[in-house]
Design a protein around this ligand. Structure first.
Ligand code: EPU
Length: 425
């Protein structure tokens, strides 16, 4: 297993292009299953999760071809209904094919995702919503067997604005008979991207991006051509890396309007933030100031930037408090930061971060995608050379992270491990 070797203390400067959003690309790829023919999706990041979703689609019989960052998905002969455990285990977001498969084939067999390193991650809201549209579910040997003679529109109240449940229900509702209303829907920009693609395919959707989405069932759906929006989480990750090194970085193509609260918090920490037509410029001159933040569904502070923000605040002037409201186990990586000299104490879903003057290098692990990014950020600002292992997590979400950081001036490279492969739990 490879390790990332990062020597801290280099200031990041220059510009980096922000890639297409992982959490949008994955759903646009699943939506391609609704059309017969070739859908083209541009600006797809070449990361492990997108390669896994391509495998899911191929397993279902679609033909997937990459041309640089453009993905062609030909679903003409996509007749499969099963997503195997091997793929769902690698990426639990594979569950997103459930809605499209039910709509297209009236049947689906999807391995149950189980928990992951950030929480138990239930799918009850996906299933309850689909049930109210007429789907039936049973469980056998770790698989969810789904069937629906037909899907009919329904009024669905989500207990919580789940991103995945909103997306699954949206993709089932576009072809159901009658009108579906999703109340307390997730409002993430990725939901709006998916809805825009579905509309281009022929769907009738109102209110995507608000808490009430109304879908008028119809079809059939034609293939679309769509460009994935810029990844707000990747943009936020590079922004924090710039701040941790007192750097000056232009995040090309980043969309400030998707990062309002996050950028306001960076400004509170002492960063200069300049949105422009090109992207967002982030400049930091001094040690960050402590601040408090609370993760919440969009437009709240994104949970996917919580670990990276903690890495920054670990070196801040003063004491910060972070509250994690989205995933119950998303502070697990804090022990790794503390191994680098951070002073962070967690109590339930709160973390108290007492800023230290400087973190110090240590061998650490990437415990999930964003925790991995947090360890890289901590290492960039630390004294000495840090070795980060379990890089497969980082590779799931960031394309050539080390190459792009190195282009900004970081001292970072990847090295094959001398040790036998260890289990990542
Ligand atoms: N939840 C339920 N029941 C459900 C669905 C969700 O209890 O049926 C709970 C989950 O257990 C969790 C919370 O609700 O505690 C949020 O889950 P949500 O469904 O909103 O998240 P998701 O769709 O599983 C997506 C992103 C995550 C991101 C979250 C929140 C993708 C592929 N993943 O997950 O991204 O953190 O929304 O914004 O879109 C990442 O990129 O590193 C990542 C984890």
């Amino acid at each position: 297993m490879d390790r990332l070797i990062v020597t801290g203390g280099r200031r990041l400067s220059g510009s980096v292009r922000i890639n297409g959003a992982k959490n949008s690309a994955l759903k646009l790829m699943a939506a391609a299953l609704l059309a017969e023919g070739e859908t083209r999706i541009e600006n797809v990041p070449r990361i492990m999760d997108c390669l896994t979703m391509a495998e899911v689609l191929e397993h279902l019989g679609a033909k997937v071809t990459w041309d640089d960052s453009t993905l062609a998905v030909d679903t003409t002969s996509a007749l499969g209904i099963e997503t195997p455990y091997e793929l769902v285990r690698r990426m639990r977001a594979s569950i997103i094919v459930l809605g499209p498969l039910l709509l297209r084939h009236g049947r689906a067999r999807v391995a149950m995702p189980g928990g992951c390193n950030i929480g138990s991650r239930q799918i009850d809201l996906h299933l309850r919503g689909l049930e109210s549209m007429g789907a039936e579910f049973s469980y056998e040997h770790g698989y969810l067997e789904a069937s629906a003679r037909s899907l009919s529109g329904a009024v669905i109240y989500l207990d919580y604005p789940s991103v995945g449940a909103t997306e699954n229900l949206l993709m089932a509702a576009v072809g159901a008979t009658g009108t579906t209303v999703i109340e307390n829907a997730a409002r993430e920009p990725e939901i709006q991207d998916l809805a825009a693609m579905l509309v281009e395919m022929g769907a009738k959707i109102d209110g995507a991006g608000t808490t009430t989405i109304e879908i008028e069932g119809g079809g059939p759906f034609g293939p679309a051509r769509r460009r994935v929006i810029a990844d707000r989480i990747e943009a936020g990750t590079f922004a924090i890396a710039a701040c941790a090194t007192r750097g000056d970085v232009l995040l090309r193509d980043a969309r400030a309007e998707h990062l309002d609260l996050f950028l306001a918090k960076l400004a509170d920490a002492g960063a200069e933030v300049h949105p422009s037509a090109e992207g967002v410029q982030i400049t930091m001159h001094s040690r960050p100031l402590a601040l408090d933040f609370v993760t919440l569904p969009y437009p709240g502070f994104p949970t996917d930037l919580q670990p990276q923000m903690l890495a920054l605040l670990a070196g801040a002037k003063g004491t910060s408090i972070a509250t994690e409201n989205v995933f119950e186990s998303r502070f697990m990586f804090v022990d790794e930061l503390n191994r680098m000299g951070a002073d962070i104490r967690t109590e339930g879903h709160h973390a108290v971060i007492r800023g230290v003057e400087r973190l110090s290098a240590a061998p650490v692990r990437a415990l999930d995608i964003r925790a991995g990014a947090a360890m890289v950020i901590a290492a960039l600002g630390a004294d000495g050379t840090t070795e980060i292992s379990d890089l497969h997590f980082l590779d799931r979400g960031y394309e050539d992270f080390e190459g792009r950081l190195a282009a900004l001036g970081a001292e970072v490279h990847r090295e094959p491990s001398m040790w036998p492969e260890a289990s990542s739990g």
